[in-house]
Design a protein around this ligand. Sequence first.
Ligand SMILES: Nc1ncnc2c1ncn2[C@@H]1O[C@H](COP(=O)(O)OP(=O)(O)O)[C@@H](O)[C@H]1O
Ligand SMILES: [Mg+2]
Length: 303
Amino acid sequence: MAEYVLSVVEGVIANVMSLAVELIESVRVFKDELNTLLDSSTKIQALLRAEKRQKNDIVMSIWLLKLKDVESLNPIPKISLDWKTDSFIDGSEVVGRGDDVLEIVNLLIGAKNQQDIPVIPIVGMAGLGRTITAKLVYNHELVKKHFDVRMWVCVSEDFDVERILREILEVLNNCSIGLENKNAILYHLQKKLKGKRYLLILDDVWIENSEKWDSLRRSLLGINQNHGNNIIVTTRSDNVAQIMETSLRHKLEKLSEDECWLLFKKKAFANERIPLDLEAIGREIAKRLGRNPLVASVLGGMM
Ligand SMILES: Nc1ncnc2c1ncn2[C@@H]1O[C@H](COP(=O)(O)OP(=O)(O)O)[C@@H](O)[C@H]1O
Ligand SMILES: [Mg+2]
């Protein structure tokens, strides 16, 4: 019976996974896809509950039959779709990524910079943890010590140079500003960044042509040409990394199976003790999550 459950779960997870990835890739989320995602998760939830409740195979069979008939077992939960990121992080939530962070921190601190403003792209598919890794780097003690100023801007699909510059200034001022004039923004940025060594994070960059990047780069160079400034971009695209003319690419890999299980468990069971049979089935499920932390996190959280 457990094997039958797993084969059902496997199909559902394959669905949820591709949907989850599409969801995060797309700012415009389609309602139907979202409903399918949540519906699939609800089914998995029910399956796991069935597993928890399993007194014998008959109970389980009834549950599985119900799953076939009933459209939705629970009211569909509402999730907020706010993709705008910030630099804040609860480190205790993170599983793994220590090596990635150390590698990037060393690049930032140790490098003899050849370029005017070196750019380190963190590249990987959606949901892999590029943003979370950038956050860990941004908040690393050595990084805080090394840079005079750190700035986080969520770029997303719209690479609007003036908006990005304005947001940098807002971060530096700790408040929103009414400035609409690019020249005025640059003037204030120059005053704020004079003599300062900075780290700028551009989270989630999608540009596919070099003009906008050139424009931002020229503006930044006009503000301050200190050696030791650094930019980190997170992107899913190798093209973006190429456009930004970088050599030091950091490719993010999937989690290990163990890490994936740890994350799933953390989200699903918090600090509860897990019965052995449930652990076995949980590990099996985790194996089928494609070692993708977003999927482990979303599904675990819905258990
Ligand atoms: N190593 C990890 N440990 C814990 N949670 C993670 C980890 N990697 C990613 N997540 C979670 O998965 C989701 C997607 O991560 P994120 O960093 O936004 O991915 P990306 O920027 O690559 O799309 C977030 O909810 C994040 O908290
Ligand atoms: Mg991201």
